[in-house]
Unconditional design. Structure first.
Length: 264
């Protein structure tokens, strides 16, 4: 039987993900387009504050891998503390830990809500395609496995952060910098690390109240660790890290060493 002809839609998706997504970056576009055309790949708009699915439900797996194209971030909220324990930005994927594939078969935790914090454009890759790529493409397999490692390291940062506000916020920023740098998404051409990162997300990740987060960010701007908002920022929540090494010092500091924070 002849192979199905590539449709313009799958060809466009293949070109898009091989250019900009960590899992597919650099893959052969024609081969990927043929594979994507074999099953129901679909574009999906995930709307703000609407659940995508509940992760880690007992004996339950999902059937698609979500490739984030634009918008977001997509977050994972743990219960009962309503703590944000994962953030996915464009250029990465989510859903791996709930697919019956690779580490997803044993990656289990307590039920957690997965939602788009802001409207997100994503591509749904059926699990059958992911399994084929995982079996036949060594680069895809290595990168897919690495996404699990990055998730664990991100949570490790958050779970080991101090209750001391400057260190707690710096911990989240360091975790994001490490994650996005590892995925090849950051830094920008000018050396800055740029995140759409609302105060609410920082507060729910670092377990701080919103007013405290705002004061920490103000102090970090005065120290030149992050830059003040600009007129051309793509979002009112854009946070631009100018001094990643300086953040590392705050991240590892004790209470006595952050002299710009007034409360000891």
């Amino acid at each position: 039987m002849a192979k199905p002809a590539d449709t313009p839609a799958t060809a466009t998706i293949a070109e898009e993900v091989t250019r900009s997504n960590y899992l597919f970056r650099g893959m052969d576009q024609m081969e990927l387009s043929e594979l994507l055309n074999s099953e129901g790949v679909a574009r999906q708009k995930l709307y703000s504050s609407r659940p995508v699915y509940t992760a880690f439900r007992p004996d339950t797996s999902t059937d698609v891998l979500y490739v984030v194209v634009s918008g977001g971030p997509v977050i994972v909220r743990s219960t009962p503390l309503d703590r944000i324990v994962a953030l996915t930005y464009p250029g990465s994927c989510f859903g791996m830990r709930n697919l019956a594939l690779a580490y997803g078969r044993v990656s289990r935790s307590f039920p957690s809500l997965v939602e788009a914090y802001k409207t997100t454009n994503a591509i749904e890759i059926p699990v059958g395609i992911a399994k084929t790529l995982y079996t036949e493409n060594e680069t895809f397999r290595e990168r897919y496995d690495y996404l699990f490692e990055l998730r664990e390291k991100f949570q490790y940062h958050l779970l080991n952060c101090s209750t001391y506000p400057p260190q707690a916020v710096a911990t989240l920023l360091r975790a994001l910098i490490y994650q996005e740098r590892s995925l090849g998404n950051q830094p920008q051409a000018d050396g800055l690390y740029v995140f759409d990162l609302p105060v609410d997300i920082i507060a729910h990740s670092a377990q701080l109240n919103h007013r405290t987060v705002e004061q920490v960010l103000k102090g970090m701007r005065r120290q030149g660790l992050i830059l003040p908002p600009q007129d051309d920022d793509p979002s009112t929540d854009t946070l631009r890290v100018a001094d990643a090494e300086g953040l590392k010092e705050v991240y590892s500091a004790t209470r006595d060493k952050v002299d710009w924070w007034p409360l000891k």
